[in-house]
Design a protein around this ligand. Structure first.
Ligand code: ADP
Ligand code: DP6
Ligand code: CO
Length: 353
């Protein structure tokens, strides 16, 4: 985080990483407050990998709230941006009662400028990084302390999990007002230092059906969702145990089953929603083939609401898995390489036979 102050403008800049769920959130019990139908669990990627970078500024010179995303002005009147702004201002007011509130410029307008260093709205959790970053930056600007993941949740459900590193659980609400539905860290990244994520970008195009609308239609129309609700809490407990025990084969199997079930309920949605493409399915087949050849589950795939894959694997297996991926998808190009994530960009890839 960096903070700049001039006599007329105060500005804070922050970054927030994406998180990729291994137990998927797909459905709300409350659309307005964004309360989930089931708990979910994710892995937060490294700060320097796929991330949103957001600057928030407040000034008496601004005549209205304004927002830019990836260089294009957006309306700040979306209910989600409004909910986040209102809640931050409400908490800042409460905290500053009795003090001089003008110090923070709470009565003034804000300007928000954000950019993602990866495809937006393509199933790589841009809404998670974006709203986590916005809420974190606003909390610094207006000196709001304490739990803020419940505010991020009201921007985009998955965003609450990006406020913590490592392995993160988003709890369902137990209170009637939903206020206790927030994120908690199950284990820090350091608990399992060998864990790696490989992002395979199949397409950087905006998805046809946004996550919000997609999950709404699924809840309304999919009969398979009843079965999913019965399974998912047990799966969450099992994967937490696998994470605690650093049991990769169990972690990987649950991760893949969860991804497959998400896309099964999408297919069971009426009209059906197709997020995965032929290339996504080739990646699934390749992962199972690699695990078969190696005689052990060494790599797991997971797909969010989009065609792009996230592979989870351990550091020692990265070289051979990468070389197999490159062999079967020769048109793929390196798009970065670092400690936690290796990015491969699959520009119009032609799978080899
Ligand atoms: P994704 O799979 O990328 O999360 P979603 O359909 O869930 O796709 O959400 C995409 C929407 O999230 C965008 O249209 C935009 O409204 C919002 N969003 C994405 N990035 C940011 C950001 N950096 N700051 C604020 N909002 C963002
Ligand atoms: C498939 O958090 O993007 O990535 O709460 O409506 O903004 P809204 O949806 P969003 O949904 C994410 C769905 C998912 C699974 C997950 O991240 O758990
Ligand atoms: Co999203």
């Amino acid at each position: 985080m960096s903070q700049k102050t001039s006599s007329q403008i105060r500005c804070v800049t922050c970054t927030a990483p994406v998180n990729i769920a291994v137990i998927k959130y797909w459905g709300k019990t409350d659309e307005k407050r964004i309360l989930p139908t089931n708990p979910s669990l994710s892995v937060t990627l490294g700060q320097d990998e796929l991330r949103a970078k957001t600057s928030v500024a407040v000034s008496s010179r601004f005549t209205e709230d304004r927002m830019w995303l990836n260089g294009i002005e957006q309306s700040v009147n979306s209910p989600r941006v409004q909910n986040v702004l209102k809640e931050i201002r409400r908490r800042a007011h409460k905290r500053k009662s009795g003090e001089n509130k003008d110090d923070l410029g709470l009565a003034h307008h804000v300007h928000i400028v954000s950019e993602n260093n990866f495809p937006t709205a393509a199933g790589l959790a841009s809404s998670a990084a974006g709203y986590a970053c916005l809420v974190y930056a606003l909390s610094k600007l207006f000196e709001v302390n304490g739990e803020i993941s419940d505010i991020a949740r009201q921007g985009s459900g998955s965003a609450c999990r990006s406020l913590y590193g490592g392995y993160v659980l988003w709890k369902m609400a137990s209170k009637d007002d939903g206020s206790d539905s927030h994120a908690v860290q199950v284990q820090p990244e350091s608990h399992w230092p060998q864990m790696r994520a490989l992002i395979l970008v199949v397409s950087d195009q905006k998805k046809h059906v946004g996550s919000t609308e997609g999950m709404q239609t699924t809840v309304q129309t999919s009969e398979l969702m009843e079965t999913r609700f019965k399974l998912v809490e047990r799966r969450t407990e099992d994967i937490i145990k696998a994470i605690n025990d650093r049991d990769f084969p169990t972690f990987a199997k649950i991760t893949m089953q969860e991804s497959n079930q998400l896309h099964a309920v999408c297919l069971d949605t009426y009209p059906p929603i197709f997020y995965m493409t032929d290339t996504s399915r080739l990646i699934v087949r390749l992962v199972h083939a690699i695990n078969d050849i190696l005689g052990k589950v060494k790599v797991a795939y997971t797909f969010d609401a989009g065609p792009n894959a996230c592979l989870y694997l351990l550091e020692e297996d990265v070289p051979r898995v990468l070389s197999l991926v490159r062999h079967f998808f020769p048109a793929s190009k390196d798009a970065g390489n670092s400690s936690f994530v290796t990015g491969l960009k699959f520009d119009e890839i032609e799978p080899s036979t």
